[in-house]
Design a protein around this ligand. Structure first.
Ligand SMILES: Nc1ncnc2c1ncn2[C@@H]1O[C@H](COP(=O)(O)OP(=O)(O)O)[C@@H](O)[C@H]1O
Ligand SMILES: [Mg+2]
Length: 262
């Protein structure tokens, strides 16, 4: 579904150039939920912007369902970290979720049905008439998620979407993502700097090195598909996997290659 090959991004500056991303190659199968984890400043947002067609890579290619990405693809939605800035304060929750559907030129009845379904899916059916600033941070982030899924994307990109919400809300939102992924069978690429979150959510964790960035490791998360915050996080296999991801991030900082023993 998503094919990233030899992606490199150099930011050109007056004083000096910054090679944020050196060489990234990976593929996501249709319907996969993969997490991308790496230290801050390693180029996660840069990579997502290139995948979303918002920024041109210096070299390398991004292909979505076999087509080169050269601008924002119609079947992709992105949820950014700063939900506060991503919602329009003068539009209601309903208006915010509906806006991209208007841009997609969907008929009124279809828009209403999609808005209702997605708000119901994130547990905000009752808040449709509220304004974003009347909601808590976690609720605002759920509005941003509802807006993304109402769009019916085949691929959903999320850039550290829960970094600014409290721990309890974050746990609820993590479970929401897995529920929505099962329900709408999208391909999801979820970016986080949180190792536990990556292992809890993903079927697979791509570990990035620090900048200039390469893929340090690609870990299959062989935990049961049914996950819940208590049982999954207490599973010895969960501890093993987070240990491995943690070790790879440490190796990345030291510039050692990924372990190839398993
Ligand atoms: N617009 C830009 N111009 C110059 N350098 C940038 C720009 N955006 C990001 N960078 C640099 O690229 C590197 C990766 O940034 P970013 O993709 O935001 O990392 P992350 O999302 O992993 O924290 C950092 O060193 C950052 O300073
Ligand atoms: Mg970032």
């Amino acid at each position: 579904m998503l094919d990233v090959t030899g992606l490199q991004k150099i930011y050109r500056g007056k004083e000096r150039d910054v090679e944020a991303v050196r060489d990234l190659t990976f593929r996501l199968a249709e319907g996969e939920l993969a997490c991308l984890v790496g230290p801050s400043g390693c180029g996660k947002t840069t990579l997502l912007k290139c995948i979303a067609g918002l920024m041109e890579p210096t070299s390398g290619t991004v292909r979505l369902a076999g087509r080169d990405v050269t601008g924002p693809p119609p079947d992709m939605a992105v949820v950014f970290q700063e939900y506060g800035r991503s919602l329009f304060p003068w539009l209601t929750v309903r208006g915010n979720v509906e806006l991209p559907l208007k841009e997609k030129k969907l008929p009124k009845e279809r828009r209403a049905a999609l808005v209702a379904e997605s708000l119901e899916a994130v547990g905000l059916a009752d808040a449709a008439g509220a304004y974003p600033w009347q909601l808590s941070g976690g609720m605002q982030q759920r509005v941003a998620i509802a807006r993304a899924i109402a769009y019916e994307p085949r691929v959903l990109l999320m850039d550290e979407p829960f970094a600014a919400v409290d721990a309890q809300t974050r746990a609820d939102l993590e479970d929401l993502i897995r529920t929505l992924w099962h329900r709408f069978s999208m391909t999801v690429l979820f970016v986080t700097h949180d190792i536990d979150e990556a292992v809890y959510l993903g079927q697979r964790v791509l570990v990035l090195s620090s900048s200039p960035t390469v893929i340090q490791d690609d870990v299959a998360v062989d935990l049961p598909d049914e996950r819940d915050q208590l049982t999954t996080r207490a599973d010895p296999r969960f501890t093993e996997l987070r240990g491995r991801v943690y070790a790879e991030i440490q190796n990345a900082k030291r510039g050692t290659a990924a372990a190839t023993t398993d």
